[in-house]
Design a protein around this ligand. Structure first.
Ligand SMILES: *Cc1c(COP(=O)(O)O)cnc(C)c1O
Length: 362
């Protein structure tokens, strides 16, 4: 019996291998390796795919969070309302910008920030809301953006898991004042190393971000504020330019697999993720009451699963504490099933069959 991996970007990339090889040779011969024509072109192409605006290529998704906040003038002493069920980078990004994460409860269906809880978390020091579209499911942007404008707060979207998604026909990443992307190899749009980007429609914020990603210097190489050294490199940008045109079909494949999971698992005793048409299904995470037993059963059938995430960030010593019962319950019950576009049909059928059989053997 062949083991089915949880995620194998190498299989996805194999389809594009000759084109990637060609792009990399072009970079090697070009003499430009940092902030050259590949990055500039990729930034334009990514912005166009989002309907216009400015993209700034940066070193990774964590830096993209920090830079998005810094570009909006958010830093020391400012509170940023955020979920605790997210990737570590969301929170480290807030702290590296000098700001304070304020962990706030999520909605159990969307697993994204609960607007009522956000409203209650607003204090005189609140400067921004970090909306994470967890697992690729859209956060409640209309409510969060309306609240932010009433309280004069910035909205930053963490689009690391949701590039290619939309809400009410509007691309995720274009709702807030700025958005952070990650191109870590397993993301919806992944490169072969670290990479990230910040998106904004505001030209002045974009100009500031272009300085902040490169020491903080201006065109004359004068620093007016200290920035970071966090630049997308030419190799990664060239790879991302090969992959970007295929993002739509890859997200469509994830949606197809999600719809098939929904249908096949409808009568099983597990909680399905919220059903939003614009979700990207970066993960297909179900809830199940005895997670360990369930995962052991799948593992014995050669099926790898994962957990996103087994522990809320509010439970980690590096971060502030909070009382978040919904978050804690989800952290205990969630299991991510394989949903990557590279899954073979026969493997998908085997996964579904094994899950359905779990209840007949239990
Ligand atoms: C991956 C991820 C990040 C961090 O991105 P890196 O490129 O690994 O720094 C931040 N937020 C979310 C939601 C992520 O999934």
């Amino acid at each position: 019996m062949v083991a089915i991996p949880f995620c194998a970007p190498v299989l996805r990339l194999a389809r594009y291998q000759p084109v990637i090889d060609h792009a990399l040779q072009r970079v090697v011969r070009s003499g430009h390796y940092i902030l050259g024509p590949e990055v500039a072109t990729f930034e334009r192409e990514l912005a166009e795919s989002l309907g216009g605006g400015h993209c700034i290529g940066v070193g990774n998704g964590t830096d993209a969070i920090s830079l998005a906040l810094m570009g909006l003038g958010i830093g020391a002493g400012d509170e940023v309302i955020c979920p605790a069920l997210t990737a570590h980078g969301s929170i480290v990004g807030i702290l590296r910008a000098g700001a304070i994460p304020v962990f706030t409860e999520i909605d159990p269906a969307s697993r994204c920030l609960d607007p009522d809880a956000v409203e209650q978390a607003i204090s005189p020091r609140t400067a921004a809301i970090l909306a994470v579209h967890l697992h690729g499911h859209p956060a409640a942007m209309p409510a969060l953006c309306a609240m932010a404008s009433r309280h004069r707060l910035a909205v930053v979207e963490d689009v690391a898991q949701s590039l290619g998604g939309h809400l009410n026909d509007r691309p995720l990443g274009t709702w807030g004042d700025a958005a952070a992307f990650s191109f870590y190899p397993t993301k919806n749009l992944g490169c072969l190393g670290d990479g990230g980007a910040v998106f904004t429609k505001d030209g002045a914020v974009a100009a500031r971000l272009k300085r902040l990603r490169c020491y903080g210097w201006d065109a004359q190489r004068i620093c007016h504020e200290a920035g970071m050294n966090s630049r997308l490199d030419e190799m990664q940008a060239a790879i991302l330019r090969v992959m970007l045109p295929h993002l739509g079909e890859e997200v469509a494949r994830r949606r197809t697999l999600a719809a098939r999971y929904r249908e096949a698992l409808a009568t099983c005793d597990l909680g399905l993720p919220g059903d939003a048409p614009g979700a990207t299904y970066h993960q297909f995470a179900v809830t199940v009451s005895d997670r360990h037993h369930f995962r052991t059963w799948l593992d014995a059938g050669g099926i790898a699963t994962d957990i996103h995430y087994p522990l809320g960030m509010h439970r980690m010593p590096a971060f502030p504490d909070a009382r978040l019962p919904v978050t804690d319950q989800l952290a205990q019950d969630l299991v991510s099933l394989p949903i990557q576009p590279e899954i073979a049909e026969a493997h998908f059928d085997r996964i579904v069959g094994r899950i359905v059989n779990y209840w007949s053997q239990a």
